[in-house]
Design a protein around this ligand. Structure first.
Ligand code: GLP
Length: 222
């Protein structure tokens, strides 16, 4: 698993946007897996801009978001604000995890063609915290104190795609920016593949692209 280290966020956002738009052009009814978080703001910004410029049609695209706090629409609102309200995606094609039938729904849609992932400082992917089984599916999880603090949230529980749900995607892009992600990226790429490092599970997948800025790549460049 190799990382593409780009100069900064803008360059990385441009690159990710290109990959997604190429996927949509190639397969107009693609199924996309989407993430929330600060990292995704410039990414969705670049996607919206390029979609307008190139008149990309999102009408046949289906999306499955990675996670959501329990009894909340916070991530859904985030997605509306940064992406969904700015493209012509159909409401009926947008999905958020509500219960464990999510994996079935994903399967019934034909499976995720391309999934975008961020990474937590403690190496979580979606809300799969350290210790999550690599065979986990969509389920309710408890958030670590650290994640609650970093995310500045009072929510203690969330519903998340599992690690195996994520690994079932045909193609995955992992994105990370900033020096506070350098340790997590180092462990994900260079440490042992272990359930204590959820992102290390990605090394079991054959089609992962890692796109990071110089700061997040600080430790792997040494
Ligand atoms: C959250 C989300 C993850 C996300 C991570 C990083 O906890 N559940 O999907 O990747 O945090 O967020 P940020 O991009 O804000 O650093």
């Amino acid at each position: 698993m190799k990382a593409l280290i780009l100069k900064d966020k803008n360059e990385a956002a441009h690159k990710v946007s290109n990959i997604i738009l190429t996927q949509i052009k190639k397969k107009p009814n693609s199924v996309l897996g989407l993430a929330t978080g600060k990292t995704m703001i410039p990414i969705y910004g670049a996607i919206v801009k390029a979609s307008k410029k190139e008149k990309i049609d999102w009408a046949s695209i289906t999306t499955f978001n990675l996670d959501e706090y329990s009894n909340s629409n916070e991530f859904h609102n985030f997605m509306n604000k940064h992406l969904f309200s700015k493209i012509n995606i159909k409401k009926a094609n947008i999905h958020f995890p509500k219960n464990t039938s999510y994996d079935q729904k994903i399967r019934a849609s034909g499976g995720i063609d391309l999934l975008i992932l961020g990474i937590g400082r403690n190496d979580h992917i979606a809300f799969n915290e350290p210790g999550s089984s690599f065979s986990s599916k969509t389920r309710v999880v408890s958030l670590t104190k650290e994640t609650q603090k970093v995310n500045k949230t009072k929510h203690k529980k969330a519903i998340t795609m599992g690690i195996s749900t994520i690994l079932n995607s045909k193609r995955i892009i992992l994105i990370a920016f900033g020096k506070e992600k350098a340790g997590a990226i180092y462990k994900a790429l260079k440490g042992p593949v272990s359930e204590t490092v959820p992102a290390s599970a990605l090394r079991k997948h054959k089609n992962v692209i890692i796109i990071i800025d110089k700061k997040a790549g600080r430790l792997i460049r040494k």
